[in-house]
Design a binder for this molecule. Structure first.
Ligand code: ATP
Ligand code: MG
Length: 316
C-alpha cells in the first residue's frame, strides 16, 4: 500500500483529532487501510464522530491508499536475489531448497535435545560466512528466552567454519529475555541494530517458553494469543523489510486428540502455524543422528533429512 498527499497518520485525516485517533487505535483501527475499509456508521458508533464526518475521513483514507501490483516475474526476480543460509547439513539444505530462507520465518519444533538450539547456533555462525560459502556476510540477533545460549559452542562451530571465534562472538547480539514483555521488546526495538550492524538472521529460542509459563489457564489465553500475534507480526515485518532470515524454535505437546500417527504437535496454535513459512519437525534418532521432517513449505515437497549433531556442529 502506498500513501499519497502526506496522509500517513490517522490524525492526518479530516475531522480526526488526537483523542479520536487514540480511541480508534485502541479499538484496532490503527492504520489508514483499516479506516479506508471501514463503513461510516461503524466508525460513528465507535467514536465521537458524526456519520457525515466519518464518511469524509473514510473517503480521504480511500484516496490516500493505493494498491501496488507486482507481476509474478518481478516477484520471481526478487526471490532469486534473496539469500539462503546453509544449515551445515547438505541433506537438510536440499530439503529446504538451498538453506534457511531470508524474508521469511522458519520454525523448528521437537522434543528436548532434538537439536533445535544447535541448528540456531549453526545458523548464527553460518550467517556470517561469505555468500560463496553459504552465508550472508551479516550479523545475528539472538533472542534467548531459556538461557541456553552457549558462547563456548559458538566458538567451536566458528573455528570449524574457518571464522575467527572472537569475531564470530562479537557478531552475535544476544538478548536474554526473562519475561514475554522483554521478548516482545527485543523484536520491537530491533530496527536500529539491524540497520547499523547488518543483521541478517534473527533467532528466537524459544518462541513459546515464556508465553507458556506466564499464561497458564484458559482465562488468559486470549491475551496471550494477542501478544504472540503482535510478536510474530513484528518478526515477519523485520524479515520482510530487511530481507533477513528469522529462525524460531518451538516446544511440543502431546495432542491426545490425534488417535493415529504421531500425536506430537507444536505449541502456539494457529497464529504460529500460519506465520511460519517453513516448519521443521525434529526427532531424535540413534546417537548423534536427528531426523528433520519438512512439514509445511510453500514451494518444496514434504520430505525428511537425516542430520548429525557433532562436536564441530551440524553435519550430514
Ligand atoms: P530443548 O527443547 O531442551 O531446548 P533442543 O532441541 O534445543 O532441546 P539442543 O540443545 O539443540 O536441543 O540439542 C542438544 C543435543 O545436542 C545434546 O543432546 C547433544 O546430543 C548435542 N550436543 C550439544 N553439544 C554438543 C557437542 N559439543 N558435541 C556434540 N553434540 C552436542
Ligand atoms: Mg533448546
Amino acid at each position: 500500500m502506498a500513501k499519497e498527499k502526506g496522509i500517513k497518520e490517522l490524525t492526518d485525516l479530516p475531522g480526526i483529532g488526537p483523542t479520536t485517533a487514540e480511541k480508534l487505535k485502541e479499538l484496532g483501527y490503527d492504520n489508514i487501510e483499516k479506516i479506508a475499509t471501514a463503513v461510516p456508521h461503524e466508525l460513528s458508533d465507535l467514536v465521537n464522530l458524526s456519520v457525515e464526518n466519518a464518511k469524509k475521513a473514510i473517503d480521504a483514507a480511500r484516496q490516500a491508499t493505493t494498491l501496488e501490483y507486482d507481476t509474478g516475474s518481478a516477484i520471481y526476480d526478487k526471490r532469486k536475489e534473496l539469500g539462503k543460509i546453509h544449515t551445515g547439513s547438505k541433506e537438510l539444505d536440499e530439503l529446504l531448497g538451498g538453506g534457511v530462507e531470508t524474508g521469511a520465518i522458519t520454525e523448528a519444533y521437537g522434543k528436548f535435545a532434538s537439536g533445535k538450539t544447535q541448528i540456531g547456533f549453526q545458523l548464527s555462525v553460518n550467517a556470517q560466512l561469505p555468500k560463496s560459502e553459504g552465508g550472508l556476510e551479516g550479523t545475528v540477533l539472538f533472542i534467548d528466552t531459556e538461557g541456553t545460549f552457549r558462547p563456548e559452542r559458538i566458538e567451536s562451530l566458528a573455528k570449524h567454519a574457518g571464522l575467527d571465534p572472537a569475531k564470530a562472538l562479537e557478531n552475535i547480539f544476544v538478548v536474554r529475555a526473562h519475561n514475554s514483555d522483554q521478548q516482545l521488546l527485543a523484536a520491537e526495538r530491533a530496527d536500529k541494530l539491524i540497520r547499523e550492524k547488518n543483521v541478517k538472521l534473527i533467532v528466537v529460542d524459544s518462541l513459546m517458553a515464556l508465553f507458556r509459563a506466564e499464561y497458564m489457564g484458559r482465562g488468559s489465553l486470549n491475551e496471550r494469543q494477542q501478544k504472540l500475534n503482535q510478536h510474530i507480526h513484528k518478526l515477519q515485518q523485520l524479515a520482510d523489510t530487511y530481507g533477513l532470515a528469522v529462525y524460531i524454535t518451538n516446544q511440543v505437546m502431546d495432542n491426545p486428540g490425534i488417535l493415529f500417527g504421531d500425536p506430537t504437535t507444536p505449541v502456539g496454535g494457529n497464529i504460529v502455524a500460519h506465520a511460519a513459512t517453513t516448519r521443521l519437525y525434529m526427532r531424535k534418532s540413534k546417537e548423534e543422528k536427528r531426523i528433520v521432517k519438512l512439514v509445511d513449505s510453500p514451494n518444496m515437497p514434504e520430505g525428511e533429512a537425516v542430520i548429525k549433531i557433532t562436536p564441530n556442529g551440524i553435519a550430514g
